[in-house]
Design a protein around this ligand. Structure first.
Ligand SMILES: Nc1nc2c(ncn2[C@@H]2O[C@H](COP(=O)(O)OP(=O)(O)O)[C@@H](O)[C@H]2O)c(=O)[nH]1
Ligand SMILES: [Mg+2]
Ligand SMILES: [Zn+2]
Length: 301
């Protein structure tokens, strides 16, 4: 062995991993023992890499993870897969228009971050296409989320978003066409991600691996095609409850301890929505996701 150092896995496919070690990127393969088990090294893992006399690199050891981003097939308790490690925040991007703002779809993406116990930041991009994006942001600000308003052509809000992401490991997710790749290209000169691609036919079940890019001076960011098909994320009923923290704050006041906030008497959550303390739109998303999770949890019915 010539040298050994610490690195972070930026990408990996077919047993070959791109690792950021010190300040350079190297291609490394897994050392024997690490090859066992498919979740052993994922994007975002911190690893020890070794360079050998023939110039080749190996990943010797993976370090404990601070956080994980998991995805699960709906209705299955097995088949869980770790998509990434050491993620600091999930950045859910939507467009103010083109495609039209869809709050329930946003809530699905937000729920994935929340179910993984990760902080969620919301970005409403293409603000140049609407007069006032604030009504779209309001339910989320009220729920306690940080919301950033951006537009790529006139660079509004980009500096502020860059400041939020600096020094962190962030996963960008959201529907296709909202401008995720365009935002990253605008934030990080030299990145040159492809933009404006329409969803390929038959692409629904192809999982494209997440890939981290260097961002700012100390950050890493992933534009995550692998998270695109949010319909494939299975949430458990208990996770859905956790995914709407602002509803949970009121739920203790419901008459029934297991209230689903779907029409039961003396429901403090519905009362809060009627007072506009929480948004009806969020409550409707919660009901939909909870019904889906419950149906998936009992597939025999
Ligand atoms: N008007 C406007 N168009 C944008 C903005 N951001 C991206 N676009 C356009 O939206 C389309 C989709 O962008 P892309 O970055 O590929 O979206 P992605 O699928 O989320 O990665 C492209 O044609 C972009 O030029 C924006 O802030 N304002
Ligand atoms: Mg893209
Ligand atoms: Zn209730």
């Amino acid at each position: 062995m010539v040298s050994e150092g610490r690195g972070v896995v930026l990408a990996g496919t077919g047993g070959r991993y791109r690792v950021l070690a010190e300040d350079r990127e190297v291609m490394a393969t897994l050392r024997g023992r690490l090859k066992l088990g498919r979740d052993h090294v994922v994007v975002g893992d911190t690893v020890t890499v070794a360079q050998h006399s023939d110039e080749s690199w190996t990943i010797e050891h993976a370090h404990p993870r601070r956080t994980v981003l998991r995805r699960r097939q709906p209705g299955r308790t097995h088949g869980e897969r770790i998509v990434a490690a050491n993620v600091d925040d999930v950045v859910v991007v939507g467009a103010a228009a083109r495609p039209p703002w869809d709050p329930h779809l946003m809530d699905r993406f937000i729920a994935v971050g929340e179910a993984n116990g990760l902080p969620v930041i919301l970005v409403i991009n293409k603000r140049d296409l609407v007069d006032d994006p604030e009504p779209l942001a309001a339910p989320y600000r009220k729920a306690g989320y940080q919301v950033e308003l951006t537009s790529v052509p006139d660079r509004r809000g980009l500096e502020q978003l860059a400041a939020v992401l600096e020094g962190r490991v962030s996963f960008l997710t959201g529907p296709t066409g909202v401008g995720k790749s365009s935002l990253l290209n605008a934030l990080q000169p030299g990145l040159k991600l492809r933009t404006g691609e329409v969803g390929r036919r038959g692409g629904r079940h192809t999982t494209v691996a997440a890939e981290l890019h260097r961002f700012g001076s100390h950050g890493l960011i992933a534009d995550t095609p692998g998270l695109r098909d949010i319909g494939l994320w299975g949430l458990e009923p208990a996770e859905v409850a956790r995914a709407f923290p602002e509803l949970a704050r009121f739920a203790a006041g419901c008459r029934f301890y297991n209230c689903r906030h779907a029409g039961e008497p003396s429901c403090a959550v519905v009362e809060a929505a009627d007072r506009d303390d929480i948004s009806w739109s969020r409550l409707i998303s919660y009901r939909t996701l909870l019904e889906e999770a419950r149906a998936a949890a009992r597939p025999w019915e």
